[in-house]
Write a protein that binds this ligand. Structure first.
Ligand code: UDP
Length: 259
């Protein structure tokens, strides 16, 4: 029989981030990942709420993690528990955000003086340290291995998995009329006895990917929030609708508060 999952309030909170809360799971080695409606930009200049986002991202991330799992990409995902929560395996998070870029956008376009929307000669990977206090600085493989955030072997595995994730998701999104401009993924170490595997962790959603409509180049991701483009919740809803997984009864109003 499956262990009973305690209601949210009775579980011990392990970590609270900007968009998610992690609670102790129902059995050792598991966590419950709770998706909030809160949104912020990386520089924290903008904070707000996108109503219904947590419900939609929980669904989208479940769907994409399961698809990637079927493709042979190991993930931390176990199963969705309810509208806002999913059960995941507890992993030792590697403190690096891996960003894969297919098309120039945002800070990357500015950094290199390339027009936003220019396809890159090939997909380019970048790494950021995941520290909010340090404003997630760009780092190279030299920093990662010298500071011991990941070993050279682990970094090879992370690169191989990221290329597969990007290739697979580019195709999946193209099939529903969306261009995967870039994406951010995080990985963790999953221990099974003495064996360790690198697995995909965190989430994959319009919070962590840039998705543009193939025909109109309309942005259907968190940039609508970051850049005050309006219709933020509708964009998340549209991505879920195209994936064929729109949850019913989600209220889609955007309530933003600026600080
Ligand atoms: N991203 C993310 N979390 C962050 C910052 C960015 O998931 O805290 C995602 C973002 O949605 C985009 C990719 O990572 O898909 C590249 O983002 P970056 O921060 O490099 O964006 P830029 O600086 O180009 O706005």
């Amino acid at each position: 029989m499956l262990p009973k999952v305690l209601p949210m309030t009775r579980r011990r909170r392990v970590f609270e981030g900007k968009a998610k809360v992690l609670y102790e799971g129902p059995e050792p080695g598991t966590l419950v990942q709770y998706f909030k409606d809160d949104a912020s930009s990386r520089d924290n200049r903008k904070n707000g709420t996108i109503e219904g986002k947590g419900v939609i991202n929980n669904r989208i991330s479940e769907y994409l993690m399961l698809k990637l799992g079927e493709m042979g990409v190991p993930t931390h995902f176990v199963r969705r528990l309810n509208m806002r929560e999913q059960l995941v395996r507890e992993v030792d998070i590697i403190p690096i955000e891996v960003v894969m870029r297919n098309v120039a956008a945002a800070s990357f376009a500015r950094r290199f003086g390339i027009a936003e929307g220019t396809p890159l000669p090939r997909s380019i990977v970048e790494f950021r340290h995941n520290s909010d206090e340090l404003d997630k600085p760009l780092v190279t493989d030299e920093h990662i291995t010298a500071f011991g955030w990941a070993s050279p072997q682990e970094l090879d595995e992370i690169m191989m998995l990221t290329v597969r994730i990007n290739d697979y998701l580019s195709g999946l999104f193209f099939g529903i009329g969306l261009r995967l401009i870039d994406l951010k993924v995080e990985f963790g170490r999953l221990w099974e006895g003495d064996d360790m595997r690198i697995v995909l962790a965190d989430e994959i959603s319009p919070d962590t990917c840039r998705l543009w409509d193939v025909k109109t180049s309309e942005k259907l991701d968190k940039d609508r929030f970051r850049q005050d483009l309006g219709k933020v919740a509708e964009a998340y809803q549209e991505v879920a609708r195209r994936l064929g997984i729109l949850p019913e009864g989600v209220i889609l109003d955007v309530v933003e508060k600026k600080e």
